[in-house]
Design a protein around this ligand. Sequence first.
Ligand SMILES: Nc1ncnc2c1ncn2[C@@H]1O[C@H](COP(=O)(O)OP(=O)(O)OP(=O)(O)O)[C@@H](O)[C@H]1O
Ligand SMILES: [Mg+2]
Length: 224
Amino acid sequence: MSLKRTTMEQPSTFLQRCHGTIAAQDRMQMFRQQPVTIWLTGLSGAGKSTVAFKLEEHLVSLGHACYVLDGDNVRHGLASDLGFERKDRRENIRRVAHVAQLMNDAGLIVITALISPMSDDRAMAREIIGPGKFIETYLSAPVATCARRDPKGLYAKAMAGEIASFTGVSAPYEAPSEPELLIDTAAQTPIESVTQIFAYLRENSLATVATAAATATGQEASAA
Ligand SMILES: Nc1ncnc2c1ncn2[C@@H]1O[C@H](COP(=O)(O)OP(=O)(O)OP(=O)(O)O)[C@@H](O)[C@H]1O
Ligand SMILES: [Mg+2]
């Protein structure tokens, strides 16, 4: 197999990108899906992990290859050296965005579940993943609702002053101004949220592949 090499513009003149012969279109045909990243953002307790894993379950039950990058999980390994200061949160998002981009490149649908409170950090993630592939999904719920849910007991600790820089209590959350999807988890059940996200995917990314796959099958049939 021959490798195509192109010089990278940024990091170093010593580095070159290598490309194999398998293209994004090949992977799309193989998995029968358009790889996108559903970027869930919202306060702690808004329901990101809950919705992410239920959406994954639904997509997998339909034969889709997908994976959840959950904030708490990546902090056990990929980002175990990072804290919750502004700079570290940005670095966490940068790393997760690059992993999501690689997974998309491999053909997988990715669902991320990170608070990702700052608009410019999410804009960076959009740029890394690619505008057409980044589906910013705002799980909206008032702080009071999230604090009432308090699934990890963190709001109680934050309100008692035991946690510094807790989003919504002692650190800011910048709500997306124009998300691709706005999900009101205070008014919906998790299943209703999954249904809303899936409907968006079906109308946009999944529908595109169904058409592409049908066209390819038609071409194969007429070539035979
Ligand atoms: N409509 C809803 N959507 C999602 N979760 C809901 C909803 N209604 C109630 N919940 C409950 O709210 C809690 C949400 O917790 P979850 O861990 O999913 O939040 P999170 O956004 O991932 O928080 P964190 O940022 O701290 O990881 C769960 O206990 C879930 O059962
Ligand atoms: Mg979570």
